[in-house]
Design a protein around this ligand. Structure first.
Ligand code: HEC
Length: 148
């Protein structure tokens, strides 16, 4: 009798826990349902002014993985750029999956510049006011190569 109660309690607990996670994706989604507002006009049409040299790609990687403040990109966007960093999938909306060409092809250089510089209000995407413009541009080259 007692054991039945315990088994039923465990079953209820397990289904409760799985329900709590039911609406959270457990892996990168592609295409992603993107509801991000467009950058203001003065940013939207900007094109990356820097050539993606090997040296700049390396600088982008160091910022992405190790040095960008307040928080390095990999914690949300993941070391592989697919949005599966430890905070990336939990976020609502989830972190952008840079490996998803279908979603990324609609996002302009200037849109990314604005998102990184100012953050995206109402989402986990933080602002990076301390990065110099060239650092943002090398980051944009770096995140773009995940889709290739
Ligand atoms: C704390 C989590 C977090 C960190 C750290 C983070 N991001 Fe994001 N990022 C997000 C989320 C969440 C979104 C999706 C927001 C949305 O859907 O509107 C996003 C979206 C983006 C986008 C897409 C913008 C668009 O218009 O779709 C770019 C580009 C981006 N991040 C670059 C970066 C870069 C580069 C870094 C590091 C310098 C970084 N992110 C760090 C959470 C993060």
């Amino acid at each position: 009798m007692k054991i039945t109660v315990i088994i039923i309690s465990i079953a209820i607990w397990v289904s409760g826990v799985s329900l709590a996670f039911a609406d959270k994706p457990d892996k990168a989604q592609c295409p992603q349902n993107r509801t991000t507002p467009d950058a203001p006009g003065k940013y939207f049409g900007l094109k990356n002014p820097l050539e993606p040299t090997e040296k700049r790609m390396k600088k982008g990687e160091v910022l992405y993985m190790d040095t960008a403040q307040p928080m390095q990109c990999l914690h949300c966007h993941g070391a592989r750029g697919d949005g599966t960093g430890e905070l990336g999938l939990q976020a609502d909306p989830p972190a952008r999956n840079f490996t998803c060409a279908e979603t990324m092809k609609s996002i302009s250089d200037g849109q990314m510049f604005w998102a990184i510089k100012n953050g995206i209000e109402g989402t986990a995407m933080p602002a990076y006011p301390d990065l110099a413009d060239w650092q943002i541009w090398v980051l944009i080259h770096y995140v773009s190569q995940f889709g290739e």
